[in-house]
Design a protein around this ligand. Sequence first.
Ligand SMILES: [Zn+2]
Ligand SMILES: [Zn+2]
Length: 107
Amino acid sequence: MTMKVCAEPGCPTLTTTATRCPDHARARMRAYDQTRPSRQARGYDAAHEAKRKQLAPIVATGCVKCWRCGRYIAATEPWDLGHDDRDRSITRGPEHRGCNRATSGRR
Ligand SMILES: [Zn+2]
Ligand SMILES: [Zn+2]
């Protein structure tokens, strides 16, 4: 059996089974697991942000109603682009930030 030094730079740990010591092998797996969903989420966020920017000038006129409570969103009021509560992939439209918090806080 040959012992090899962990492939991670600066790590002196010897390993026989893998190119990396168990700690670094695990760290790499974890990093890989994290990149996949977050890359997807970033693309999704970008699309969401683009839509929000598109709506911003319209909401700023104060003529848009919150889809949750049905009241107008004042030009100066903070708002979010709301999602359907059951299916997050459905974009419902502008909503008061307060209305958004009220539902998402309930778990
Ligand atoms: Zn190592
Ligand atoms: Zn509202």
